[in-house]
Design a protein around this ligand. Structure first.
Ligand code: CUA
Length: 156
């Protein structure tokens, strides 16, 4: 088959553009997708029971009004599934996953982050209103995803 000169040019241009597009995509995926952000603390998700931070997950008081909550997300719940703090407390959440990607989302607050296995995912929040706060999982993680939740009791 004889191709017209201009058809050849467009064909070459088309293949060239596609190759460039794939190259850019590949570089972007390599740069951003295959390594964790460097500021994240890593943890061995297969060995959480041996980990100094996660072997006994729960609440630790750091000072008068600050607590650290180390939590393990796992299909389909959080360990522990309830914590209690006095009103006015600042809670530093340090959360990891024992299996797949989950989220740690407290509706009505700005706490909403992904919980990835192998990382210590963090956020902090000051609870100025007493009451019961629900924590839910916002990342689809399997059949029990919609039931995955825990509670934070903020006591006055
Ligand atoms: Cu865990 Cu959805």
């Amino acid at each position: 088959m004889h191709l017209h000169k201009y058809e050849k040019i467009w064909l070459v241009f088309g293949i060239g553009s596609l190759a460039l597009f794939l190259a850019v995509l590949g570089v972007a995926a390599f740069a951003f997708g295959h390594q964790p952000p460097s500021h994240m603390t890593t943890v061995d998700s297969q060995n959480l029971s041996e980990d100094p931070l996660f072997s006994e997950p729960g609440l630790t008081q750091i000072n008068e009004s600050t607590y650290r909550a180390t939590l393990i997300a796992q299909a389909f719940g959080y360990n522990p599934n309830k914590i209690e703090v006095p009103v006015g407390s600042t809670v530093i959440f340090e959360v990891t996953s024992a299996d797949v990607v989950h989220s740690f989302t407290i509706p009505g607050t700005n706490v909403n982050f992904m919980v990835t296995p192998g990382h210590v995912n963090m956020a902090e929040h000051t609870f100025n209103e007493p009451g019961e706060y629900l924590v839910i999982c916002n990342e689809y993680c399997g059949t029990g995803h919609h039931y995955m939740q825990m509670r934070i009791e903020v006591i006055s």
